[in-house]
Design a protein around this ligand. Structure first.
Ligand SMILES: Cc1ncc(COP(=O)(O)O)c(C=O)c1O
Length: 488
């Protein structure tokens, strides 16, 4: 831990070439041999394969993979933007990658400076006053945020243990609220897909710890009553948590802090074009109001002039949820994205909304769009329902999604939000071209036709993917987590 790494000023001074008492860096050749107890007695039993065989094997495997570099990835709410290749170059410069997490802060001043400046940009974008880059992703930030909210209530006398979560919320919201020690109280939506403000007023009480909300919500509908909502929760003594999953719809145009949110998280992969989906390395951030700053996790990054260091001097902090610096490579990518797009983030959110609205326009006469009559405007994403299609043809959302794979397109999110039956949730992002959006809409419309003409083919899809239908129930209930060779 950085705390344990001795801050040796003298060693640092002597590591500079030309300094008195200069200590040259250790050379690999001078390292003592490995103790014989640690050496192999026989060489490892590796298969003998030609370079060509190995090359073909891995290339074939890579072709079976699907990622945002292969095609559109319209996974509503968990979407991926493109991953700029420049970010890969920047995140892989040896000055960054050669550091070890145990390096003392004076060796990593550049990394700490980058983290500091990234934090400043994020505070500015979110309208928060203090920030931590510790969360590994959105879900961990939610857990952290609940802990922060609970810690502040505990100091004020306690007795608040209810987190209000709308029925449109992502599953992580109730899960992290429960993990953070809260009882989850479900808040219903109205006919227009927005939070029922009257129901909220009736639910809040002296036990309300807070409300966890994403805006726009998971239907892609903007919660325009947000000031009234914030007022109700604050008047009841609760705090507001902003699930930043949908910030891409607002970034550069509106700030959660200005809407009344006390805690805000960022999902870097959704807003700042970093890798994450499919189990990729995650990074997030959590911003808070000045009043909640003392509860942020330790260590806190502090600045003294041009010098950066870690501080554990935070007696009211909720503690630490992640080791070391977090995922610096992802932070570098997010910083590069913010740096490159400085001053024009509003264009990004504008284009994201335009793309989603265009796609909705192409699909709305072919599919059911729940809440459309009461709320026709969507922001960065929208949800269509295959409920009627299922009734008429037997093909539901999951069948349509699987059939899309045969068209070479990644499936949208299915069966979420739970308020929509047979839901397909679609988020194209701003980085897809009109041609891609048109092709995606045409594929869905064609599949709908197939549902009536040849439902068997749709229900048994995918037909051309490297795997046919999986037993998703068994995969969820009895996941096989061992590696291939361990299974024999
Ligand atoms: C609305 C919403 N909230 C929270 C999360 C959790 O975020 P993460 O995947 O970064 O943990 C997601 C999923 O991506 C989401 O869509």
């Amino acid at each position: 831990m950085y705390r344990q790494a001795a801050y040796d000023d003298d060693l640092y001074r002597r590591s500079r070439p030309g300094a008195a008492g200069y200590v040259p860096p250790a050379r690999f050749e001078d390292a003592p041999p490995l103790p014989s107890a640690l050496s192999r007695e026989v060489p490892p039993d590796l298969p003998e394969l030609s370079e060509q065989d190995v090359m073909r094997h891995f290339l074939r495997l890579s072709h079976m993979n699907y990622g945002v570099d292969t095609g559109m990835y319209p996974l509503g709410s968990c979407t991926m933007k493109y991953n700029p290749k420049l970010h890969e170059v920047l995140a892989n410069v040896p000055l960054l990658t050669m550091h070890h997490p145990e390096d003392p802060p004076f060796f990593v001043q550049g990394t700490l400076a980058l983290m500091w400046h990234l934090s400043e940009l994020l505070k500015d974008l979110s309208g928060t006053q203090a920030l931590s880059l510790q969360p590994a992703a959105g879900a961990q930030a939610e857990y952290l945020g609940v802990r922060i909210i609970m810690a502040s209530h505990a100091e004020a006398g306690g007795g608040r243990d209810e987190m209000i979560v709308p029925d449109t919320a992502h599953g992580t919201n109730p899960a992290s609220s429960a993990m953070g020690g809260c009882r989850v109280v479900e808040l219903p939506s109205r006919d227009d897909g927005r939070v029922d403000v009257d129901a909220l007023a009736a639910i809040v009480s002296t036990r309300t710890a807070g409300l966890m909300l994403t805006n726009p919500n998971t239907l892609g509908i903007f919660e325009r009553d947000i000031h009234e909502i914030a007022g109700i929760v604050h008047d009841a003594g609760g705090l507001l948590y902003y699930d930043g999953a949908n910030l891409n719809a607002l970034v550069g145009r509106a700030r959660p802090g200005d809407m009344g949110f006390d805690v805000v998280h960022f999902n870097f992969h959704k807003t700042f074009a970093t890798p994450h989906g499919g189990g990729g390395p995650g990074a997030g951030a959590i911003g808070v109001t000045k009043a909640l700053e003392p509860y942020l996790p330790v260590p806190r990054l502090v600045r003294d002039g041009d010098t950066f260091s870690w501080s554990y001097d935070a007696p009211r902090s909720i503690g630490q949820v992640r080791a070391y610096y977090g995922n610096v490579g992802v932070m570098v990518r997010a910083y590069a994205y913010l740096y490159a797009n400085h001053g024009r983030m509003h264009e990004i959110s504008g284009q994201a909304v335009l793309n989603a609205m265009y796609l909705l326009h192409l699909l709305k006469s072919h599919f059911e769009v729940p809440y459309y009559d009461d709320a026709p405007l969507r922001m960065h994403e929208f949800v269509i329902s295959c409920a009627a299609l299922k009734k008429e043809t037997g093909c539901g959302a999951a069948d349509v999604a699987r059939r899309l794979l045969d068209y070479g397109i990644h499936a949208p999110t299915v069966h979420f939000p739970l308020v929509v039956k047979e839901a397909l949730m679609i988020e194209p992002t701003e980085t897809e071209s009109k041609g891609e959006l048109d092709a995606f809409a045409s594929a869905l419309i064609e599949i709908k036709k197939e549902c009536y003409e040849d439902p068997k083919t749709v229900r048994s899809a995918p037909h051309v993917a490297s795997r046919r239908q999986l037993d998703i129930l068994a995969a969820a209930k009895r996941p096989v987590l061992s590696r291939m060779h361990e299974r024999g």
